[in-house]
Design a protein around this ligand. Sequence first.
Ligand code: EPU
Length: 364
Amino acid sequence: MIIQENISLAQYTTFKIGGSARFFCLVTGIDELKEAVKFAKEKNVPFFVLGGGSNVLISDEGFHGLVIKMEIKGKVKRQKLKGKNESQKSENIELEIVSAGAGEMWDDFVEWTLANGFNGLENLSAIPGTVGAAPVQNIGAYGAEIGQFVSSVHAFDTHTMKEIELNARDCHFGYRNSLFKHEKGRYIVTCVDFSLKKDGKVNVEYRDLKEYFNKLQVTSGPSGESADSKVQEITPSQVREAVIDIRWHKLPDWNKWGTAGSFFKNPVVTQEKFDELKVKYPAMPSFPEASGGVKIPLGWILDNVCHLKGVMTGGVGTYEKQALVIVTKPGAKAKEVVDFTHDLMKQVKDATGITIEAEVEWVN
Ligand code: EPU
């Protein structure tokens, strides 16, 4: 394994922003990963694991430690299980275990699962990034979260320098949260096992998906039936196509803009706080949060309360079709993004009293 020095990190992130890594290496297997962590420990520098670079903002000064670019590959079907699956709350179903190396691109893996007849991950289509980063963030979109499908996560424990396997419960998945964030830097995900089904059943409960399929019925269906009554006929591949189409129309073109998708998490507030806000803003949408409280779409607040959709300051702004998404023009600096997002945080706090939290990881 080669350790390089002073490697520009902007090219490895979707924001296309950031200074250089003091040390940098590509890791294709466990032995190399072990070697890399050992190197950082011996040099007494911090290390940071980079996947697809789609959820990080790297400082203009770069990172003074070792950046480990995860390249562990592989997609395999492992075994078949029969019986109850707790996270999917179904009895007597057949579940197949499929695994992917942490360095696989997430969407290539989703496409592969569908091509091999497995369903479940189609709602999570077209999310940039790697398989290894997916459980850290517990990526979620269009009514699904990866935590629902994880069977176990294989990781390298940098404290004990040993490989471990964690089951889904051990991972403590929450909204954009997991054990890997609580014990930041301790575990490096090397491979993820998913339990998937082959029953072809789809989940089109999310509003955007419902609307998408209802519209298709109206324009092309003979009976004009709604997506609810037609759900049996919708295939997982059609859900994937729909999600890709919706994302394409709603989210910025990654080739044109620097972006990391949603920059902040949607805030979760108490019912009392939500009731108070609802008096002032009767149209404010909300969703019950599984772990308790009420989740409010921050994009709606930025758009309808703060009127900050499509606003640019220099090279940084909120996307014109989705205010939760921060976009940057070529040449923008991390400092500009930090200043701009701090200003958004302040405006949200002043207008609603809510303290919002970044979803994107700050690396310096
Ligand atoms: N909305 C507005 N104006 C906006 C943006 C949103 O009024 O500018 C409203 C929408 O009309 C909708 C609600 O806010 O009623 C929610 O919007 P959307 O469905 O776009 O979802 P979101 O909560 O903004 C989350 C995820 C996205 C994911 C979508 C779809 C977070 C932080 N973001 O966004 O994930 O794609 O749901 O499921 O939870 C990402 O993490 O990078 C990401 C893109």
